[in-house]
Structure formats: C-alpha cells, structure tokens
Design a binder for this molecule. Structure first.
Ligand code: MN
Length: 344
C-alpha cells in the first residue's frame, strides 16, 4: 500500500464507505471513551447502511463502557484475520497505534484528530480542531444520512464528553456544542451520561487519591505537580487502573499548577505515565520524547523500566515545557509559605 500524504474531506470518506461492503472498524490500543464511542457509533451506522462490519480492539474495553449498547460486539484480539475490503482506523496518529497486525494489506480510511497524524490511510480525514474523534464520526454520519438513533447519539456524546474531560480541555468549539445539541435532541442524556462516566468509581479510588495527594511533590515553584501510584497502593485500595481515570487532573484545579505528571504502576504492566497541562504548556512534546503521543494538554507514554533516572528525566521535561510556554518561575512558591501537609 502506498500512502499518499494528503488530507481528504468528509465527502471522500462518505464516498469510500459507499464503495465498500466488508468493513473492519478499529481504534487505538487501550481504548478510552472517544475510541470506544467513535468505534461503536461507526459500527452501528455501517450496519444501518447494510454493510458487513467487525469491530476489533487490541485491548479490552474499560468497565464503565461495557454495559453500553453495542460494546459487546467488539472483538478483542491482536490480529485482524478473515476477509474485509476496507478498514476504518480511528483515533490513531499512525497505523501501529491500533496495536493490531493484519491491517497493512488493504484499503484503509484514517479518521483522527490527534496532532502529528501521519496520513497513513488511502483516505485520510484528519481535523485537529475537533474536540473528539466523535465529532468527525458525527460529520461522516451526517454525510451518509444515517439516522441518529439513541444508541449512536449516546456513543458520540460519550466520545465528546470524555475526550474533553467534561467540556474542560481540548479544542472545544461552537461545533462541539452544536453537535452535542443534536445528540441530545436524538436522545443522549447529558445528566445520566455524566453520572455514568464520572460518578461510578469504587471507594478504593478515594483511598488512592488520599495517599497520592499526601505524597505529591511540587516542582518549579508549584507549577509542576508530580504524582505516583505504585502497585502496593493499588492493591491496598482494591483498585484497578480503570479506577485511576482523571486523577492526573486533580493538581490542575489549583491556580499555580500548570502541568501534572502521574506515574502509575500495576502488576505485570509497564509503568504508565500520564501528562496534563493548561493553556500553551505542551505536554505532547514531552510524551513524544519518550515514544508516546496525545494532545497539547493531555498526553501519555509508557516506560519499560521504573529506573529513577527515566522518572527524573520525564519530570525535567515537564518543567522545561512549562518554562518554554511561560518563562522562568519567579517569586516564592506558595507551598513554601504554607506547608501542604499540616504540621503535627
Ligand atoms: Mn480522541
């Protein structure tokens, strides 16, 4: 397959979908709400068009999405086998992000909003001004005149709700709200879905938060927060990696913190590192240094080793990203004036 470095339009995607019949629909490994929502919504739409569809993921869907309609149809496997004539690959800057073999020798449509997309598809629909890939899927479905069912609307709403952290970050635009208005009119329930996405964690999550915050370190005069969750804390709290969603955002609820880095270890897993930032502080470039990716304000990577030098290098890269965007920190750190932990 010869990839052409060209961006296409939503009309090109619609034409390509009309011209094919047997689809595989995939998103990135370790799927999040946008990956699952975009994938299932696209699958439901293709079925409505009488296409043959398989939904494939390299990793299991996180628990909070499992009871949603259509999620059961996702096959978890590391290899795409069998015959198909078009693959729709969403949420992937490059084909390898899908974590699947068997996608190299067919017609590939690339639909994505992550900066740095490599235009690996035969058709590429890339738009980094979209707050979620779900916005792009919405446009494709409109182009194909697929009716918005409650299930499709719910999946696209979840894609947008989760990728923006409850309308908190990313390129949220009037288009975002126009689409969410349409989805709400089609039956997506904002209050129920916010509850389902953000208010259903285990109590163990609170125990993790308590310990994590008591051990938080501040760098760069309180502009960078460093968080760690190790295996023993997870085990003691009876929590899993799924329960840690969004914890990296907690330090950003303060005025001073401009970037946060969270190191997460779980049994038998590589060390996962999550990065979040505000405004122009670019943590995507930090993740890229370590082979990861993401968005300007939300990115991540994994480290095979828990070596302290790698950890320190990552922290220093985050400090550098803050200094690049905002200049050097001046004045006393507020936490120097007032201890974070109350004295005995
Ligand atoms: Mn996304």
């Amino acid at each position: 397959m010869t990839s052409k470095v060209t961006n296409h339009t939503v009309h090109d995607v619609c034409d390509a979908i009309r011209a094919h019949h047997h689809f595989v629909v995939v998103s990135h490994a370790r799927p999040d709400g946008d990956a699952v929502g975009s994938q299932v919504a696209m699958g439901l739409a293709l079925k409505a068009l009488d296409k043959h569809v398989r939904l494939i993921s390299a990793d299991p869907v996180p628990d909070i999405y499992r009871e949603l309609s259509g999620v059961d149809d996702i096959e978890v496997t590391s290899a795409v086998t069998g015959s198909w004539d078009a693959a729709i690959v969403m949420e992937c800057t490059e084909l390898s992000r899908a974590g699947l073999t068997g996608l190299n020798n067919g017609f590939v449509m690339n639909i994505d909003h992550h900066p740095g997309n490599t235009f690996f598809g035969d058709v590429n629909y890339f738009d980094e001004s979209a707050a979620a890939c779900g916005e792009l899927v919405f446009s494709v479905l409109q182009g194909l005149q697929v009716p918005l069912t409650v299930d499709i609307a719910t999946h696209l709403y979840i894609a947008i709700l989760t990728d923006t952290g409850s309308f908190h970050h990313g390129p949220i635009s009037t288009r975002t709200f126009e689409i969410c208005g349409r989805l709400t009119r089609a039956g997506a329930d904002p209050r129920a879905l916010a509850n389902k996405m953000f208010d259903q964690y285990k109590v163990g999550r609170l125990q993790v938060i308590a310990t994590m915050l008591s051990e938080m370190q501040m760098e760069d005069r309180d502009r960078v927060a460093v968080l760690t969750i190790d295996e023993s804390l997870l085990t003691q709290s009876n929590a899993t990696l799924d329960d840690l969603d969004g914890l990296v955002n907690l330090p950003l609820t303060t005025r001073t913190v401009q970037a946060a880095i969270l190191f997460k270890s779980a049994p038998g897993q590589p060390l996962r590192v999550s990065l979040r930032s505000k405004g122009d502080v670019n943590v995507r470039v930090v993740a890229a240094v370590f082979g990861g990716g993401g968005h300007v304000n939300a990115s991540g990577f994994t480290l095979e080793s828990t070596a302290e030098d790698k950890r320190q290098a990552a922290i220093q890269q985050v400090v550098a990203a803050v200094n690049t965007a905002l200049g050097p920190a001046v004045g006393e750190a507020p936490s120097d004036e007032k201890p974070l932990v109350r004295p005995e």
